[in-house]
Design a binder for this molecule. Structure first.
Ligand SMILES: CC(C)(COP(=O)(O)OP(=O)(O)OC[C@H]1O[C@@H](n2cnc3c(N)ncnc32)[C@H](O)[C@@H]1OP(=O)(O)O)[C@@H](O)C(=O)NCCC(=O)NCCS
Length: 293
């Protein structure tokens, strides 16, 4: 049962997110991300119909699976912020925290995070954007900050290396493989959320018994492997299969195998987001999903 938080600063109400809030929550999230890109000098991501539909289905999915982790901030009847957290097999993950520009720096982000943290477990983590306000809130909430790089570019096909053992995956026949590998590597099965990746048009490869890759057009959605050779083969597959430009996020200090592959592929580096961990161990052979961890 979701909890109601009394009205806070600025006359805002923090209340559970309902299915009717999905479109307003998505529009808030995109406005906050565009503003962050402008503030940090990044090229803003365009909101294509496919991306908007994928955002809507992700918010609706998490509202259904984790209603106690889904919150909005409302001012004068309008949604101006939202937070989404999920719990899988005792692992808590923050999928989204956004406040509309113009309503930021009034404490709404802190209140939304506090509401979402009510379902927190002793294995919790967050993939933070580059927004310093978010980093401050996560560190203050007890998360350890692990900075990462982001690598991006169009891969010269003559640089591609072999990807031994990789084959196309089946969202039905390989669901058990995903359950086994994700449980072993991140301590929580991705299988319950695999239908969302299938429905929202992700592409899928596996190394039987060892690992899997989910790809969204030009971005790795999730790469999870039990060992370095499998992780390297799956990353080379992503570089070979991406449509034009590819972005590889969450290159942390303990993922030197991924740094090595992306440098060999001559991708361009910049500072990326921050992996925030509280009880959840680092996953050396994984590139996580911003939406599902
Ligand atoms: C991150 C975000 C949700 C925070 O929401 P918000 O309503 O502005 O946050 P709050 O007002 O509750 O708190 C901001 C905190 O950051 C601090 N802060 C603001 N700018 C800062 C800076 N440059 N460096 C360090 N701390 C900063 C504030 O002092 C405040 O901390 P305090 O509560 O200890 O005083 C919002 O800015 C946002 O939507 N950003 C863009 C999207 C994004 O990056 N979301 C996070 C995804 S992981």
């Amino acid at each position: 049962v979701a909890l109601r938080v009394p009205a806070g600063e600025g006359g805002a109400v923090i209340r559970p997110l309902t299915p009717e809030d999905v479109v307003a929550a998505r529009s808030t999230a995109w406005a906050a991300l565009r503003d962050l890109d402008e503030r940090t000098g990044e090229e803003p991501m365009t909101e294509t119909p496919l991306r908007a539909a994928r955002s809507d289905s992700r918010i609706a999915w998490l509202q259904r699976t984790d209603p106690a982790g889904a919150w909005v901030a409302e001012v004068d009847g309008a949604v101006v912020g939202c937070a989404l957290a999920l719990v899988r097999d005792g692992m808590w993950f923050l999928s989204l925290l956004m406040v509309r520009p113009g309503h930021q720096h009034q404490g709404l982000g802190r209140q939304l995070l506090e509401a979402a943290l009510r379902t927190r477990t002793d294995r919790s983590w967050i993939l933070a954007s580059t927004d310093p306000a978010a980093l401050r809130r996560y560190q203050r909430a007890g998360f350890a900050l692990h900075p990462t790089f982001t690598a991006k570019g169009v891969v010269d096909r003559s640089l591609l290396a072999a990807a031994p053992g990789v084959r196309a995956g089946s969202f039905t026949a390989d669901a058990g493989l995903v359950a086994d590998v994700s449980t072993a590597v991140r301590g929580a099965s991705l299988e319950p959320d695999l239908p969302w990746f299938a429905e929202s048009g992700h592409r899928f490869w596996v190394v039987p018994g060892r690992g899997y890759l989910l790809l969204a057009e030009t971005r790795i959605a999730q790469l999870t492997a039990r060992d370095e050779a499998t992780a390297r083969a799956l990353l080379w597959t992503a570089l070979a299969e991406a449509d034009g430009e590819i972005e590889v996020d969450w290159l942390a200090a303990d993922a030197q195998w991924a740094v090595d592959v992306t440098m060999a592929a001559r991708l361009t580096y910049r500072w990326g987001g921050t992996i925030c961990l509280s009880g959840q161990p680092p996953m050396p052979y994984a590139l996580p999903s911003g939406a599902f961890g």
